[in-house]
Design a protein around this ligand. Structure first.
Ligand SMILES: Nc1ncnc2c1ncn2[C@@H]1O[C@H](COP(=O)(O)OP(=O)(O)OP(=O)(O)O)[C@@H](O)[C@H]1O
Ligand SMILES: [Mg+2]
Length: 221
């Protein structure tokens, strides 16, 4: 499903060039659940951004179902991200002035879905993640675990094939993080989702099909 080939990424800063990813190769099968683990600064988030087309490689490619997304135009990437990828970030990145329902509707509206349809899909997914009673709450009126569930609901409204989750339980207590983990498990089974999760938690990593280690910009074999 996804093939990462000789992927490198460097950033130019005031102090010169920083090589963050160095010749990364990775194959991800459809339906697989992969954990990426590694020290802070190893390049995990950078890799997730490249996998999801949020940023472009310095060299190398990311193939998604045989299409080289690294060659997509900006507009093609926008459409691709909207339809094919769900993102869950460590800090949920919900829009504070919008309700849970509106936050979840957002990708559907951006994807030109009719408002009525977007609304009904959003409330359906929010119910599926156990938040039917919190539709009109704003992020600030929700607990950390609830916010993360809203973020997961938002990531799934377009029925993506791939879910990229960067530390989805990083800010949650262990009970809440178990709930999120169980939710990801259920969504994987019900929706045939491929999941790539960055985590510092051995428990989260242990529940995936495969663990890959990132060390200083390299993926260890
Ligand atoms: N836009 C940028 N410009 C310059 N350097 C960057 C940029 N983004 C990331 N880096 C550097 O790349 C390295 C890897 O960053 P990245 O965010 O991928 O690490 P990480 O593995 O996700 O770490 P953490 O576990 O702390 O989230 C860091 O040293 C960081 O400072
Ligand atoms: Mg990170």
């Amino acid at each position: 499903m996804i093939a990462v080939r000789a992927l490198s990424k460097s950033f130019t800063t005031d102090r010169g060039r920083v090589e963050v990813l160095k010749d990364v190769n990775l194959d991800i099968e459809a339906g697989e659940r992969i954990a990426i683990v590694g020290a802070s600064g190893a390049g995990k988030t950078t890799l997730m951004h490249l996998l999801g087309g949020l940023d472009r490689p310095s060299s190398g490619s990311v193939f998604f179902a045989d299409k080289n997304i690294s060659r997509f135009s900006a507009q093609e990437l926008d459409v691709f991200r909207n339809r094919s990828i769900g993102f869950v970030f460590q800090f949920h990145q919900l829009l504070p002035e919008f309700s849970a329902l509106e936050n979840v509707m957002m990708p559907a509206l951006i994807g030109r879905c009719h408002e009525k349809e977007a609304r009904s899909r959003a409330s359906e997914i929010l119910s599926a993640v156990g938040l039917a009673h919190r539709l009109d709450h704003k992020p600030g009126q929700l607990s950390g675990g609830e916010q993360q569930r809203v973020a997961i609901a938002r990531s799934l409204i377009m029925s993506p094939k791939l879910l990229l989750a960067d530390e989805p339980t990083g800010n949650l207590d262990s009970v809440t993080s178990d709930e999120i983990l169980a939710l990801l498990d259920r969504l994987h089974a019900e929706r045939d989702l491929t999941i790539v999760v960055v985590t510092h938690s051995e428990k989260v990593a242990g529940q995936m099909d495969r663990i890959v280690h990132m060390v200083d910009g390299f993926l260890e074999k």
